[in-house]
Design a protein around this ligand. Sequence first.
Ligand code: CU
Length: 242
Amino acid sequence: MGAGWSNLLLWSAIVVAILQAVVGIAHIDREAIAFAVLFGLGAAVLARAKQRRRVYMATVVILGLLFADVAFWMITATWSNARNHEQLLYIIEPLALSCASAAGLIAVAGAIIDRRSHWAPLAARVVTIGAAATFIICLGAAAVAGWGKEQIQGPNDIALNIHNTAYSATSITGTSRQVTLYVTNDDLFWHTITIDQLGVELPLPVGSHRRVTFTAPSGTYTFYCRIPGHRQAGMVGTITIP
Ligand SMILES: [Cu+2]
């Protein structure tokens, strides 16, 4: 295998592990800490199992799936938070993870496809520089769009917070037929507030502050998180309209 790809893969895994650990500890986010451990273990196996081809390649494939998962959720989170002018920290966190995991994903593809290429070290270097350049350019674009102008809570809003894959309240009562929810997400990964009966869908990336207003006939409605597995993990509640 080209030394370039294996080095880029190792370093991408280390960088993603460190970023997830920092975010996980700073926000006391269990899922981010779990991902940090997985990437850390992956990096440790890569560093020690080079001679054991099967173990090495299995680790490359598993890391590829993890990189793809992180890249998908973090690229979309960066885009959403930049568009919604969220705080700088919540643009930097997903952006850094997007760049590092995308570089890791390319390294995985390189490690699998491009095994004997003489160009691998050069190509891996180009990818590294490309990832760093992408980080700077996207941060510049977010600066031009303007950050730190996130939505603020209105006087009649019902506030809801999400932390460690749980809503801060699972039983909400509105004061009138028109309800505005003000929702913040403390977790690194996405959540939603979804009310199927009312057609309400509010996606919430890392650190986001979002509002949604809807009117509903009197009754009790179920709200839940649409991310696979989260409803089963307890992200479900009811909202009662008087
Ligand atoms: Cu969720």
